[in-house]
Write a protein that binds this ligand. Structure first.
Ligand code: PBG
Length: 327
């Protein structure tokens, strides 16, 4: 093995052209997904204090935003809903006239080429803010798994009928991918892929999102269904299980705190992998940049590049619209 002074790694960093020549990872706008939040009303845009630049949008505004997103070169959006009403069993999630359903139908009609990914979960729609149904068990309230699957599959079917191109369950109940697959197949949507939030850690980095959706759990936390950030092997089991149940794409979140998991999934499984740069990761970069601590554009591009280097194919990011053109 040769070594210094024969070996000088800096030779390949001398100027922009040579750095471009040897660069291993390139992020392309085709890889990006932009999340949007749909709320009731008309001509409504409500800013989210902890996510500067992101707003809750009424369906008509969501359509306008999607035009801007498509114009920026982003080809996919991920939709979440702030419903008109919430109850214990998430009824508003599967209504034909639900906010996300309205937005899906309007966007599909006006911008048919834009890929619409519908998030499927209960927490947007439950008054208690949990991702599953509550079962009272003496002093304790439990999040009941199997009855939740019925509701999830109903929401998934409703999103499919409204025009979703991909169904993305984010609840972390056991068996949801299989249940949703069965429902979609039975309802004539055999062709719709499932992008499963396979590895979703119980994370501090979802804080701003819960403000955006007003979906924080009213009691307890999500640790009985979302994963412990301390666990790696469990991530492999979750991913394998979702694939066995029929997931087409696996997602890992949060993104930057899961680079090891992305790399491991990339080496073990031959399906597309998505990384979700979540609301807290967005806020961390945004606020640091606003205070002059870091440069926003280069920080965003750096995170996207390392996520891809770790193994992600698809990047879900609130920065997608603003930085697609920088790639
Ligand atoms: C809800 C859901 C959450 C996110 C996506 N789907 C929040 C949570 O689990 O509390 C987080 C996204 C983000 O923080 O950007 N099931």
């Amino acid at each position: 093995m040769a070594h210094f002074p024969t070996v000088r790694p800096r030779r390949l960093r001398e100027n922009p052209a040579i750095r471009d020549l040897v660069r291993e990872i390139r992020v392309h706008p085709d890889n990006l997904v932009m999340p949007i939040f749909v709320r009731p009303g008309k001509k409504e845009r409500r800013a989210i204090a902890t996510m500067p630049g992101i707003a809750q949008l009424s369906p008509d505004e969501a359509l306008r935003e999607c035009e801007a997103i498509a114009k920026a070169g982003v080809k996919s959006v991920l939709l979440f809903g702030i419903p008109e009403g919430k109850d214990a069993v998430a009824s508003w999630g599967s209504r034909e006239d639900g906010v996300v359903q309205q937005a899906l139908t309007a966007i599909k009609k006006e911008i048919p080429e834009l890929l619409l990914i519908a998030d499927v979960c209960l927490c947007d729609y439950t008054d208690h803010g949990h991702c599953g149904l509550i079962q009272e068990a003496g002093e304790r309230s439990l999040i009941e798994n199997d009855s939740t699957l019925e509701i999830l599959s109903k929401i998934a079917g409703s999103m499919a009928r409204a025009g979703a191109d991909i169904i993305a369950p984010s609840d972390m109940m056991d068996g949801r991918v299989q249940k949703i697959r069965d429902e979609l197949d039975a309802a004539g949507f055999k062709h719709l892929p499932i992008l499963s939030y396979a590895v979703k850690y119980a994370s501090s980095f979802y804080g701003p999102f819960r403000e955006a959706l007003d979906s924080a759990p009213k009691f307890g936390d999500r640790k009985s269904y979302q994963m412990d950030p301390a666990n790696f092997h469990e991530a492999l089991r979750e991913a394998r299980q979702d694939l066995e149940e029929g997931a087409d794409v696996l997602m890992v979140k949060p993104a930057l705190t899961s680079l090891d998991v992305l790399r491991a999934l990339r080496e073990r499984f031959d399906v597309p992998l998505a990384a979700y740069q979540v609301s807290g990761e967005y806020a961390a970069i945004k606020f640091a940049a606003q205070h002059g601590a870091i440069d926003e554009a280069s920080a965003v591009l750096e995170t996207w590049t390392v996520l891809k280097r770790a193994g992600a194919d698809i990047l879900i990011s609130y920065f997608a619209k603003d930085y697609a053109s920088h790639l």
